[in-house]
Every structure is written in structure tokens, then in C-alpha cells.
Ligand binder design. Structure first.
Ligand SMILES: Nc1nc2c(ncn2[C@@H]2O[C@H](COP(=O)(O)OP(=O)(O)OP(=O)(O)O)[C@@H](O)[C@H]2O)c(=O)[nH]1
Ligand SMILES: [Mg+2]
Length: 264
């Protein structure tokens, strides 16, 4: 007899300025295709897609919102009971990046009137249209902004499909783990401090292990240990469950092991 999968209904919204590519990102994920012609979302579009994740069958209800100011009254109707939000900007349009704060403000305001809190929503930020030349928003700036809010960051292209599946997978996984932990997102455990962000960036982007630990080549064993201890304390998974922090922690462990080999 086949096992009946537990089914979970979840609600995801897409927000961001007009023409940043919200509808195309959703179309790419649900229908695996891209339409180059702009078809403005009128108020709101709604769709359901089924996704299997671990032992669960997710019925993902997607509310694709128009980014146009004209439709703010319609949008406001739909923020209630949201579990996941895809915040989109266009990497070739600086204003769309700068507007993200306003979009968070709009959600906050609306949730407040329903006595709900933004902290119960899992957010991902998409820097979209990376296939186009002439980007004006720097990846590092966008990533740091997202991380400082405790949001996941992805570089995406609805045109090529880059980053789209990974973005949805991360968002849905976070929503499910929130559900499995009793419905509350442990916000304090996913928000990264400035020190943590700087350490993560250095660990991920440095060209060698000395640089990763903030050390000079030829440093002593003691200096390596001190630096390792400081960073391990900062990024320990007990402190923060943000995936970037977990990944950086693994890089740190490997870097320390490799450096210590020189002394054995
Ligand atoms: N080159 C490129 N074009 C894209 C990409 N994503 C979307 N577009 C184009 O950008 C335009 C706007 O895309 P939409 O998905 O309709 O934008 P939207 O954010 O839903 O806009 P509203 O519904 O008005 O809020 C369309 O012409 C798309 O073809 C992308 O990743 N790369
Ligand atoms: Mg749209």
C-alpha cells in the first residue's frame, strides 16, 4: 500500500516595481517558459502549483501582484496570511532596488491592520534580469542589503532560468521548516549582524585560506587558532541558522584544517 503524503497549503506573494519580472519568474518556475513581450499584471494574478518537498505535498498558492501604484488598493487585500514573499528588483534599474524598502513598508503597514507580523513571513530577494548587459546594481550591495534584513538573496534571470529553481526551493524549504517548528519563524536566528556578514563575504570570496581567516601568509599557528576561534564563535550554527552562515562555517572549518596541515 502506498503511503499517503501529508499535504500542506501555503501562500506566496511576489512584490516589487512594475516590469522587474515578477510574473516572468513565476511563469519560468511553474511553466518552464519565458515570454519576452510585456504583459502587465492587472491588479493580481493567481495560480496554484504542486511541489513535492521531503515527505510533503505542497500546494503553493501564488499571488502575483502588480507593481503599479494604481493597484495598491487591490494588493492590500492580499497580504493577509502570507507565508512567503518574493521581493524582486531589476539589476539594470537602480530605482527598482531602492524601492524595496517601500515595498516592505507597504506589507508591514497592511499586516499591522490585520494584527499580523512581518516576522512570520519568509522572504527571498531576487536581483532579476542578470542576462542583460549594463547592470547598475552591484551584486555585493544587493546581497548585503538582503542579508542585513535576514532575507535570502538570489541573482536570477527569468529569461535563461538562472537561479529560479534554487530561489523557490530555498523559500519553500524555509516555509516548511517554519511550519514544522510550530508555525513561527525564528527571526532572531536568521538575521545576520554586520560582523557576521563581513566574515561570510570574506570566507566565501577570498582567494586563499590565509585571506579567508583575515591573516597574512606565514603567520603563526597561534594566530591561526585565535582567528579561527573568533570566527567560529561568530558563525556557529547554534547562533545563526541562516544558510549563508552555515555555508561559511563549513568553509571556515575546511580552511582551518588545511592551514593546520602546514604545521603537522
Ligand atoms: N532580459 C530579461 N527580460 C526579462 C526578465 N524577466 C522579465 N523580463 C521582461 O521584463 C518585462 C516585464 O516582465 P513582467 O514579468 O511582466 O514584470 P512584472 O514585474 O510582473 O510587472 P507588473 O506586472 O507590471 O508588476 C517583460 O517584457 C519581460 O519579458 C529577465 O530575466 N531577463
Ligand atoms: Mg506582473
Amino acid at each position: 500500500m502506498s503511503k499517503v503524503k501529508k499535504s500542506l497549503r501555503i501562500k506566496v506573494i511576489s512584490i516589487g516595481n512594475s516590469e522587474v519580472g515578477k510574473s516572468c519568474i513565476i511563469k519560468r518556475y511553474c511553466e518552464k517558459r519565458f515570454v519576452a513581450k510585456y504583459l502587465q499584471t492587472i491588479g493580481i494574478d493567481y495560480g496554484v502549483t504542486k511541489v513535492n518537498l521531503n515527505n510533503l505535498e505542497l500546494k503553493v498558492n501564488i499571488f502575483d501582484m502588480s507593481g503599479h501604484a494604481l493597484f495598491d488598493q487591490i494588493r492590500n487585500e492580499f497580504y493577509k496570511d502570507t507565508q512567503g514573499a518574493i521581493l524582486v528588483f531589476d539589476v539594470t534599474d537602480k530605482k527598482s532596488f531602492e524601492s524595496l524598502e517601500n515595498w516592505i513598508g507597504e506589507i508591514k503597514q497592511e499586516l499591522k491592520t490585520n494584527s499580523e507580523s512581518i516576522e512570520n513571513i519568509a522572504f527571498v530577494v531576487c536581483g532579476n534580469k542578470i542576462d542583460r548587459g549594463k547592470r547598475v546594481v552591484d551584486e555585493g550591495d544587493a546581497r548585503i542589503w538582503a542579508l542585513s534584513k535576514g532575507f535570502h538573496y538570489f541573482e536570477t534571470s527569468a529569461s535563461s532560468g538562472a537561479g529560479i529553481n534554487e530561489m523557490f526551493e530555498t523559500l519553500l524549504t524555509e516555509i516548511v521548516s517554519t511550519f514544522e517548528n510550530g508555525g513561527k519563524i525564528k527571526q532572531t536566528n536568521t538575521i545576520l549582524s554586520k560582523d557576521q556578514i563581513e566574515a561570510i563575504q570574506r570566507l566565501k570570496n577570498s582567494k586563499d585560506n590565509f585571506e579567508r581567516l583575515g591573516l597574512k601568509m606565514g603567520c603563526s599557528k597561534e594566530e591561526i587558532n585565535n582567528s579561527f576561534r573568533r570566527l567560529a564563535k561568530l558563525l556557529h550554527p547554534d547562533k545563526n541558522i541562516h544558510p549563508d552562515s552555515t555555508e561559511a562555517f563549513k568553509i571556515l572549518m575546511n580552511a582551518k584544517t588545511d592551514l593546520m596541515r602546514n604545521f603537522s
